[in-house]
Design a protein around this ligand. Structure first.
Ligand code: GLP
Length: 258
């Protein structure tokens, strides 16, 4: 994994947004994998700004979101459908028919999950997948002990995740217990992955994911198998890494860098 360390959250998000722009410049009809949570908000803000001020064009883009809470309809204030509309889709020109987000209220989850996997394939696979990380090291909603070969399915949320995400709901009891999530195996098929983390609360998860053993206890560690993953962190989230000097050295001495 390529670890890229930035002085602050905004710089980290600008760099990740630049990776999206690079993907779109190379392939205007790219397939983007989208993530929710507070971490990627700055990336979406920057992409919206680039769309408004510099004409960044999303008209041929297709997107697939990682996950959705089971039981929440697309208009529920805490649904990831609503989150994505509010923070991104309502502000850029992605055709609505090109936007895919798991349906939290599907009546046949197994069939829906198979269809979702097939849609990703039919659209040519994901070119760039944006990811956050849970404090327990999860990616999407692939909680500890999820199979590293897992596909899109229903996953029971871990207590830690319910606690972490309770801040978005009126009561802890309102947090759904299940989610439909892309699997680790699904995510690993993306051609490029940008994992983002900021703040000291994510430092332990990032250190385990990047420098620990590959283990289903930290599903983000599976990204060590992925040949084109960049880890974007601020200094706080990089705080528990042991090889920071080396990562900074690589960052400053990339082949072709001035
Ligand atoms: C949820 C999402 C993840 C996200 C994580 C961290 O569990 N399913 O995709 O990475 O939250 O969220 P945050 O960025 O708010 O810390």
């Amino acid at each position: 994994m390529e670890v890229l360390i930035y002085d602050n959250y905004d710089a980290m998000c600008a760099a990740a947004a630049a990776a999206v722009v690079e993907t779109l410049n190379a392939k205007p009809n790219a397939v983007l994998g989208m993530a929710t949570g507070s971490t990627p908000l700055g990336v979406y803000r920057e992409l919206v700004r680039l769309h408004r001020e510099e004409g960044l064009d999303f008209s041929q883009v297709t997107t697939f979101n990682l996950d959705e809470y089971v039981g929440l309809g697309p208009n529920h204030p805490q649904s990831y459908h609503r989150f994505m509309r509010e923070h991104f889709f309502d502000h850029v020109n992605i055709p609505p028919q090109n936007v895919y987000i798991p349906h939290g209220t599907t009546s046949n989850a197994p069939a829906f999950c198979d269809w979702y996997e097939q849609r990703i394939k039919d659209c040519g696979g994901i070119d760039l997948q944006i990811l956050g990380i849970g404090t327990d090291g999860h990616i999407a909603f692939n909680e500890p002990t999820s199979s590293l070969g897992s596909r899109t399915r229903i996953k029971t949320l871990a207590k830690q995740t319910i606690d972490d995400n309770a801040r978005f709901f009126d009561n802890r009891d309102d947090v759904p217990k299940y989610a439909i999530t892309m699997g680790v195996g699904t995510i690993l098929e993306a051609r490029q992955i940008a994992l983002l983390a900021d703040g000291s609360k994510k430092a332990a998860a990032i250190a385990s994911a990047v420098e620990g053993p590959i283990t289903s206890m930290i599903t983000a560690s599976a990204l060590q198998w992925h040949a084109n993953t960049q880890v974007y962190v601020d200094t706080a989230a990089a705080g528990a890494l042991t090889m920071t000097d080396y990562y900074r050295w690589i960052q400053d001495h990339k082949p072709g860098a001035p």
